[in-house]
Every structure is written in structure tokens, then in C-alpha cells.
Design a protein around this ligand. Structure first.
Ligand code: SF4
Length: 373
């Protein structure tokens, strides 16, 4: 039983500074390489809240946070500068990881457990932007897990159907997040997401969020919805033009105005709050930009999932600093309040990263605001 209540300050610091773990502890599931919260480990805080905490990057090796070796249930003591703060729990290896697809691929190479109840996959493990440093997103490690044979290049619909069924049955998975590297087609991945979701939803009943860049033709949104997608993520990552050009030169070719048009069209199909975007705090956008952009997005019906940028090994930004806890609080507190005022909190989302919430403490700021009302 985990009963520790940790303040938002501690949770936000844990997500930005990371956690020092011994070799023994990193033996329990942690994500290395790939898209999403790479080099992170899920940490259960109080029996109900799970956050993804960086454990493999340079900052975490110098973090004031450390943990004792976990017991058989994964329960460990959490320390800050050697002072005991409470207990946390590291989820044990999901049972579905022990199985293979009908064509012999280990399930863990098809999809991974995120947080404690989310199954996540990267449909195409390649991206048109990735292999050229003139175009690649500087924070991205999508090719790392493929290079290290920890995944396959394309997950076929039957792969996902088999894994999702097992993950629901064996590990109580409650939602599926499907992201993709961007292919060299104008639909920017919408077509392959459509085909996958269409096949999957005929076989498995689970809320699904799909994630891609804005396609050339917004009619893809209705097709994705009709195929069974419950929610859509299109990720801005950064907002200010100079930051976008510097951090993601290829993706910056799709300008913010086009994202805004796409958001409006997508909300008309999926509904308010069921369309979301990632904003990576700490890459250069000012707090004002992040707050003002979030206000604009919320007015459109888009959930701004603001996460602290954490550098990933073997990427050009591997040595980039993480944002400090004060910066994160300055941004997340007002955005949490805006989301509560708009009735568009994490718990109203059907699926996706915003619903999971483990990569940010935004959700805890929403909860805090709701309690004060
Ligand atoms: S917020 Fe998204 S990327 Fe992070 S753990 Fe949850 S599902 Fe995975």
C-alpha cells in the first residue's frame, strides 16, 4: 500500500531532475530510446498517481533524488539529498511482455506499457525527417530502438490486435496510444493510422488516441474518427519561430498557423478536449508564450499537454538543460486553472497522453485548482 503524498514541487522536480537509480533498480521496466517518454521509468506515487521519471539521462545521475532497492512488490523508499521523503512503487514487468505474436515477434517489440495502464506504440519507426540533421527534430530518438533491435520498423494491424488483447487481459490496460514517424506522403501518417485503427477496432474494444502531423487534407480527421479513433494528437512541441527552426527545422516547415487550422477542423470532428498537442517546456519558448498559446488552444477546444523537456541520450540535445521546477510551476499553475475553467481537464479526455498525464504534473495542478473551487 503506497500512501505517500508528495507535493507538486517534489513531483515536478522529479520529472525535471530525474531519479538516481542503481543498476539493480534499472533492471525493472524502463523505456530506452524511441518516441515518447524515452529513458524514463514509471513511478507510482500515492497508490493512484503514476508519473514518468527520467532515470537514464545525465541530469538524473546528479539528481538529489534517489531510491532504495525495491522490495518484491516494487516498493522503495524515496530520498532527497539522503532525507527520507516517503515510499514510491516501481511497476513490475507487465505480463504481456512474455508473449510473442503469431509470427514470432516479442510483444514488447510491438507496444510498450506506459505509466501503469496505457499501451503505446510507434506504428512506423522511421521518419522522413530523422536521418538528415538539416531536418530532424533535435530531441527525437525514434531511430535508436530500431537500431538496437528493440522494435520493428512497421507494426502491422494483426500485431497490434494480438498485443492489445493480451495487454487488456493480462495487465488491465485501459487505453491505447498510437503514434507514428512521419512517412513521405502528404497525409503525414493519417492513412496508415486510419487503416490500423479500422482493423483494430473491429476486433478490440479500447479507447484509442492517434498521433500524427497535420495532414494535407483535413477530411482525414473524419475518416480517423469513423475508423474508431477516439482522440487525436497533433504535436506542436515548440511555438516561437526561432525555437522551432532551431529545434525541429524540418517540422517547422509546417507553420503554427497551419496547426491552428488543423486543430479547428479536428475539434469539429472529435469534439472539445479530444484533440490535444504536446508543448515541450524548456526548449526556449518563454513562459508567456506557453501560457498564451495554451489559452488560444483551449479556446479552440485543444488540450495543451505541457511537459518538461528532458534530454535523451544519443540525440543532439543530449546535453541540453532541463527546465527548472519554478519555470514549470509558473507555466503549469495558470494553464491548470484555465483547463478547469474550460471544463476540459485530463479526466474528461477519452484517450491519449493528456488523459494518461504521466509525463507532466499538469494534472495535479488541475486537481489542486478543482479542490479550491
Ligand atoms: S503521457 Fe503519453 S507518452 Fe507519457 S506515459 Fe502517458 S501515454 Fe506515454
Amino acid at each position: 500500500m503506497i500512501a505517500t503524498q508528495l507535493s507538486e514541487q517534489v513531483l515536478t522536480e522529479l520529472q525535471t531532475l530525474g531519479l538516481q537509480l542503481t543498476n539493480q533498480q534499472t533492471g525493472t521496466p524502463a523505456r530506452q530510446g524511441g518516441a515518447g517518454p524515452t529513458d524514463h521509468k514509471a513511478v507510482r506515487i500515492d497508490g493512484s498517481t503514476t508519473i514518468m521519471v527520467p532515470v537514464f539521462h545525465e541530469t538524473s545521475r546528479r539528481s538529489p533524488y534517489s531510491a532504495s532497492p525495491p522490495d518484491a512488490l516494487g516498493v522503495a523508499e524515496l530520498f532527497r539529498d539522503g532525507e527520507l521523503l516517503g515510499v514510491v512503487q516501481f511497476p513490475t514487468q507487465p505480463r504481456f511482455y512474455g508473449q510473442n505474436t503469431s509470427d514470432g515477434i516479442p510483444f514488447w517489440k510491438i507496444a510498450q506499457l506506459h505509466s501503469h495502464n496505457v499501451l503505446a506504440t510507434t506504428l512506423l519507426q522511421n521518419c522522413i525527417r530523422y536521418n538528415d540533421k538539416e531536418t530532424s527534430c533535435q530531441f527525437c530518438a525514434i531511430g535508436e530502438s530500431l537500431k538496437n533491435n528493440r522494435t520493428i520498423a512497421y507494426k502491422r494491424p494483426h500485431h497490434l490486435i494480438e498485443v492489445t488483447r493480451a495487454a487488456i487481459e493480462l495487465d488491465g490496460i485501459e487505453q491505447l496510444v498510437i503514434t507514428t514517424g512521419t512517412p513521405a506522403t502528404k497525409d503525414r501518417g493519417a492513412k496508415i493510422l486510419y487503416e490500423t485503427v479500422l482493423a483494430l477496432k473491429q476486433e478490440v474494444d479500447i479507447p484509442v488516441q492517434v498521433q500524427c502531423e497535420p495532414p494535407d487534407d483535413f477530411r482525414w480527421f473524419q475518416k480517423l474518427k469513423d475508423a474508431g479513433a477516439d482522440a487525436l494528437g497533433m504535436h506542436l512541441e515548440a511555438v516561437e519561430e526561432d525555437v522551432r527552426r532551431r529545434i525541429m527545422p524540418g517540422k517547422a516547415e509546417v507553420n503554427v498557423a497551419y496547426y491552428m487550422e488543423a486543430f479547428e477542423a479536428a475539434v469539429a470532428v472529435f469534439g472539445r478536449g479530444q484533440v490535444s498537442t504536446y508543448l515541450l517546456a524548456g526548449l526556449g519558448d518563454s513562459a508567456e508564450t506557453l501560457i498564451n498559446t495554451s489559452r488560444e488552444l483551449i479556446a479552440l477546444g485543444v488540450y495543451p499537454f505541457i511537459v518538461p523537456f528532458v534530454p535523451v541520450r544519443n540525440t543532439p540535445l543530449a546535453h541540453h538543460p532541463t527546465p527548472d521546477q519554478a519555470f514549470m510551476q509558473r507555466v503549469l499553475a495558470p494553464v491548470g486553472q484555465m483547463l478547469v475553467a474550460a471544463g476540459m481537464t485530463s479526466d474528461t479526455l477519452k484517450a491519449g497522453c493528456g488523459k494518461c498525464g504521466a509525463c507532466s504534473t499538469l494534472k495535479s495542478f488541475e486537481t489542486k485548482t478543482s479542490r479550491l473551487l
